[in-house]
Design a protein around this ligand. Sequence first.
Ligand code: ATP
Ligand code: MG
Ligand code: FE
Length: 335
Amino acid sequence: LYVMGIETSCDETAVSIIKNGTEIISNVVASQIESHKRFGGVVPEIASRHHVEQVTVMIEEALHQGNMTITSIDAIAVTEGPGLVGALLIGVNAAKALAFAHNIPLVGVHHIAGHIYANRLITEMKFPLLSLVVSGGHTELVLMKEHGVFEVIGETRDDAAGEAYDKVARQLQLPYPGGPHIDRLAHEGEPTISLPRAWLEPDSFDFSFSGLKSAVINTLHNARQKGEEISPENLAASFQASVVEVLVTKTIKAAKLYNVKQVLLAGGVAANKGLRWELEQAFLDFPDIELIIPPLHLCTDNAAMIAAAGTIRFQQGKRSGLEMNANPGLDLETF
Ligand code: ATP
Ligand code: MG
Ligand code: FE
């Protein structure tokens, strides 16, 4: 069973072919970071234009690298949402055109379901499982009792983890996207600056990162007013320590409460070295829970993860018609 995945929700034009839901045949990504960098963030109109230029090139490249023709593809999975509407539309329309022209079944996929299913490319999923989703637009704890069914037990009330990383990086005059730069700096510094941890209500699995972001900004302002030097390395290390401590603590608490067999890390911030390390250390105390951490290229946006989630939906008999539209507000629990 060969499924082609197409992903254009943000600033990566990505196409992948996977076999039987788990084996990557080809996986190509055209990143637009260079075009958005000078604006300090993703410019939606520029993103859409790049996707238009790249999407058919990437489709051909994925087929070429897999040594395949479109006629041997059994289903086309495409990110239906959430994301930038103009960006999503390019992938959705490319997928619909291919499906129509070659009479191939079409399956719409939720981008976050994709991030979670990146884990199925490296291991078998065992239920119940908990996924910690940390990305540019999402920070969620997702409980899964079976394939394709998602229960959000906690989510951010303000900024997403990746968003907080990018905003703090901007304050430190680091290039976009700032997450990897903060990660690198954090490893060169020590968490010497006291910053808040947003635990929220004692039984809540929700997150909040805007207070932490403000605390970082205030620390920088106060130091500047007093003419003091702040070590960017120590500030990055202190910020990262706060983010990681809350993420790891809440993940462990939820994993125990719901008695899960696996914990899957997902989303772009899953590439964070500090988070990966602390999660690994913390789960040493819970040998009955299997911790799965995908390789870096499957954490950030890619289409193999969309094909992986799409394969399950296809096998469950779910199909999208040609009336499928990009849906920037697509809901994970009901899509
Ligand atoms: P979403 O998946 O919520 O729609 P997105 O697709 O834009 O958002 P991803 O591509 O999954 O987000 O992740 C991008 C985010 O990951 C950016 O905010 C980036 O800074 C962050 N990120 C990438 N690498 C690291 C790292 N090593 N440390 C921290 N953050 C990182
Ligand atoms: Mg991106
Ligand atoms: Fe993403």
